[in-house]
Design a protein around this ligand. Structure first.
Ligand SMILES: O=C(O)c1cc(=O)[nH]c(=O)n1[C@@H]1O[C@H](COP(=O)(O)O)[C@@H](O)[C@H]1O
Length: 274
């Protein structure tokens, strides 16, 4: 998907919400467990209920791999459903991959071609030749982990290298990669105040911002520091939407939660034009 299409979808829906499909068989409503494919049944109900309030879906691959072949089938069915019913919606494989060049190319083929995702999350630790194979794919996007939402982000990401923090080095160096215009970055919503410095290095790049909802990050703070004239943000919530209710009304409750965030986003988008 071209970035212009994502931006126009954001303005059309007045939303930059990404719904994380972290589908956990221990948390979905009991009655769905009787379905031959409970993960897909849950995802389909969530997609049907929330698609008008969001512009992206982010299946976290761990939640599918955990169930082996069955889980992978559910992921394939979810992607086929999204690509068929909602091709305008941006899809993110939250896989956090990255390896030596020829292996990265295989990962890229798996997610960009076989599963037809628009983007994938990548760990930058192995450097240029581990990231560029993903960037070689036209109209696909590589989302590099910069400053993550968890406590462990302080173990390495904020440590000083060359006089600046490591996450800033990731941002600066990655700008020189071939096809760097296809890069996006992960910045946790729990680190919103860092966005001011981050925007000085990457003023226009799109950011995937997880950590609102269950992890407690503030949407308003993220927007105050991170929003650009082209929005530049995809804000993810997973558990806060998926498990808003664990009863029979789970899809309706998910829709309500997604709509609540969309309404807050509409207010934030209104500030861009002022
Ligand atoms: O790459 C991610 O999406 C990610 C990066 C990060 O720094 N923090 C983070 O929580 N995530 C993912 O975003 C989702 C957050 O889920 P909730 O906390 O349930 O909204 C999970 O799938 C995490 O794996």
């Amino acid at each position: 998907m071209k970035i212009e299409h994502l931006i126009s979808q954001i303005h059309q829906k007045k939303s930059f919400l990404c719904v994380g499909l972290d589908t956990d068989l221990e948390k979905i409503p009991q009655h769905l467990l009787e379905d031959e494919d409970p993960i897909f049944a849950f995802n389909k109900a969530i997609i049907d209920a929330t698609h008008s309030f969001c512009v992206a879906y982010k299946p976290n691959i761990a939640f599918y791999e955990a169930y082996g072949l069955k889980g992978w089938k559910s992921l394939e069915r979810t992607m086929a459903y999204l690509n068929d019913k909602h091709p305008e919606i941006f899809t993110i494989a939250d896989a956090k991959r990255g390896d030596i060049g020829n292996t990265s190319t295989r990962y890229a083929k798996a997610f960009f071609e076989t599963l037809n995702f628009d983007s994938i999350t990548i760990a930058p630790y192995m450097g240029k030749d581990s990231v560029e194979p993903f960037l070689a794919f036209e109209d696909k996007h590589t989302i590099l982990l910069a400053l993550t939402s968890n406590q462990g982000a302080f173990d390495f990401q904020t440590k000083k290298v060359n006089g600046g923090e490591l996450y800033k080095e990731v941002l600066k160096v990655s700008k020189s990669y071939t096809n760097a215009e296809r890069l996006m970055y992960v910045v946790g919503a729990t680190k919103a105040t860092y966005l001011k410095d981050i925007r000085e290095i990457i003023p226009d790049s799109f950011l995937l911002v997880p950590g609102v909802g269950a992890q407690g990050g503030s949407l308003q703070e993220v927007c105050a520091y991170g929003m650009t004239k082209n929005v530049g943000l995809l804000v993810n919530s997973s558990r806060g939407i998926l498990y808003a209710s664990t009863g029979d009304d789970f899809a309706e409750a998910a829709a309500n939660e997604a709509q609540k965030i969309q309404i807050e986003m509409e207010v934030e988008l209104g500030k861009i034009h002022k």
